[in-house]
Design a protein around this ligand. Structure first.
Ligand code: CU
Length: 223
């Protein structure tokens, strides 16, 4: 009986799989800071005090909002769906995103207030733009031509509003979820450098070998 691997070999197809793992926060970061929202935005958070979102970890230490990618990966699947960022309660959701070059980044306004969406890229070839968006206004769309880490979106009306989108020229990237886990799908067999970057906690990396998949866990130290 042929194993699946043997079938793939005889069919002449290289094998591929998912790269998965979990990122755990070590140590205790400084407490998040209260955001002094204006009354119109503050009213969208009844009974709550919005805070910064520098370190978002669950009870088990699983660290969200880490950008995870294969360094130097090539090509991969086309990014046919947009990355969607909402403005809700005068915050950008999600706070951390990843996208491919030329992939549509669609920014919504679910708020009853006006926002002004202002990406401020730093890589040559990525265009700074600045667009007002009416309350519950039509979506705005952005694309970027060059790879860039943590490309900042800000709102010129509300100086506390930020979102960061890391742009890649390949499809092997993702952002860790609420429980700190991640999954990069469809990675061809081979050796790679798997990199985890947290905007405040910095960068860690591991050499991995994908053979129909791979698993690697990481720790980020609070700074
Ligand atoms: Cu705003």
């Amino acid at each position: 009986m042929l194993t699946l691997t043997a079938v793939a070999f005889f069919a002449g197809h290289a094998s591929a799989g998912d790269v998965t793992g979990k990122i755990t926060l070590k140590g205790t970061p400084a407490p998040e800071k209260d955001i002094p929202m204006d009354p119109a935005c503050g009213a969208l958070h009844p009974g709550k005090k919005p805070t910064t979102r520098f370190y978002v970890a669950d009870a088990s230490g699983g660290l969200a909002d880490c950008v995870v990618y294969l360094e130097g990966a090539k090509g991969g699947s086309a990014a046919d769906k947009p990355v969607v960022i909402d403005q809700k309660g005068c915050e950008y959701l999600p706070y951390i995103n990843s996208a491919q070059v030329k992939q549509t980044i669609r920014v919504l306004n679910s708020d009853p207030v006006m926002h002004n969406v202002h990406p401020t890229p730093s890589a040559d070839g990525n265009k700074e733009q600045n667009k007002a968006q009416l309350p519950k206004g039509a979506p705005l769309e952005f694309t970027f031509e060059k790879p860039e880490k943590f490309l900042r979106f800000k709102c010129d009306v509300h100086p506390w509003m930020f979102s960061y989108v890391s742009i890649f020229d390949h499809s092997s990237h993702t952002v860790s979820g609420k429980d700190g886990t991640f999954k990069i799908t469809g990675v061809p067999d081979g050796k790679y450098k798997l990199v985890v970057e947290h905007r405040k906690g910095g960068k860690v990396e591991k050499e991995i070998e994908v053979k129909g998949g791979a698993k690697a866990d990481f720790t980020i130290e609070a700074k």
